[in-house]
Design a protein around this ligand. Structure first.
Ligand code: DGY
Length: 321
């Protein structure tokens, strides 16, 4: 008998075909997020799950699924999964690193440019029929070229963001748990600085850290106060890294100039205070959302799940076997 898995969200046909060749698959063709009780009931007799960041895989769920051997997240981040609980039960947890770096870096740049040049505000102005003609001080933005980019979190995505800065002749500062190799710093033309220095100097502060206890509210009122009043904050990493209430306050008071956000605390139920602000560009967690990248993510997750359930090492296991 083939191992049985649940695929919690709709995936591409070619991914399902790949899975079905090796496993017995229960799909979710309607893409309806499964409420916790339904997830528990559907997963109780499965050997594996291919899930998304909208699924909470916690210890209570794991306890209710005695056969479970692999949790394959269709994401690089895995803060939706209780990894220690999985490890304690010998369950492999896998993610999808590498395949979404460039696409996510593109989206970060889209947010930087859109906030700096007030694009969504400008479009609303035009759509609302407010545009009566050209004038000198119309929708004045700030320059991206020659500005200082500060990247907090210099992993693969941070590096992809830094590489793009060369085309805009930017000065690049970064802060990371660990300083990267000197050769990489040279290639990226990026200078390692303390976080306070980065906050004080950067015209664009870009967050690219995973969410965990150590990064919860990494940017709050105190950090926002250290930034320049002209600075722009961009977060396409995870909600919770920024204290959203503090950010709303800072944007409303002009403590910083603007923010570009793809992720929110408690998403999709984000703080409605953002909607009243003009100096924020908002996106619904679409950093990796191109067809090619989402397909690559789902295929990577499928390969991970298949590997574990056919007795091979998963290419992207995040907890030690
Ligand atoms: C990830 O992979 O963690 C992204 O947030 C999903 O788009």
């Amino acid at each position: 008998m083939k191992p049985r898995i649940l695929v919690t969200r709709e995936v591409f046909d070619e991914v399902l075909a790949q899975l079905c060749a090796e496993l017995e698959v229960e799909p979710n063709p309607t893409d309806r997020p499964l409420p916790p009780e339904e997830l528990r009931a559907r997963l109780a007799d499965k050997d594996g799950v291919m899930c998304a960041l909208t699924d909470r895989i916690d210890s209570a769920l794991i306890d209710a699924c005695p056969r479970l051997r692999v949790v394959g997240n269709i994401a690089v981040g895995y803060n939706n999964i209780d990894v220690p609980a999985c490890s304690a039960r010998g369950i492999a947890v896998t993610n999808t690193p590498g395949v979404l770096d460039e696409t996510t870096a593109d989206l970060v740049w889209a947010l930087m440019l859109a906030t700096a040049r007030r694009l969504t505000e400008a479009e609303a102005y035009l759509r609302n029929g407010e545009w009566t003609g050209w004038y000198l001080k119309q929708l004045l933005g700030t320059d991206v070229h020659h500005a200082t980019l500060g990247i907090i979190g210099m992993g693969r995505i941070g590096q992809a963001i830094a590489r793009r800065a060369a085309g805009f002749d930017m000065r690049v500062l970064y802060h990371n748990r660990k300083r990267v190799e000197p050769a990489l710093e040279r290639a990226l033309q990026a200078r390692y600085v303390a976080m306070d220095e980065l906050l004080a100097e950067a015209d664009f502060v870009v967050l690219q850290v995973p969410y965990c206890a150590a990064t919860h509210h990494l940017i709050g009122a105190a950090e926002l106060a250290r930034m320049k009043p002209s600075a722009i904050l961009v977060n396409a990493a995870r909600g919770g890294v920024v204290d959203d209430a503090a950010l709303i306050e800072a944007l409303a008071r002009g403590t910083i100039r603007a923010a570009g956000l793809d992720v929110f605390e408690g998403e999709p139920h984000f703080n409605r205070g953002f909607l009243a602000l003009k100096n924020v560009v908002l996106a619904p967690h679409v950093g990796s959302s191109t067809r090619a990248t989402r397909l690559a993510m789902a295929m990577t997750a499928a390969h991970n799940v298949i590997a574990v359930l056919t007795g091979r090492a998963a290419p992207n296991r995040v907890n030690p076997p």
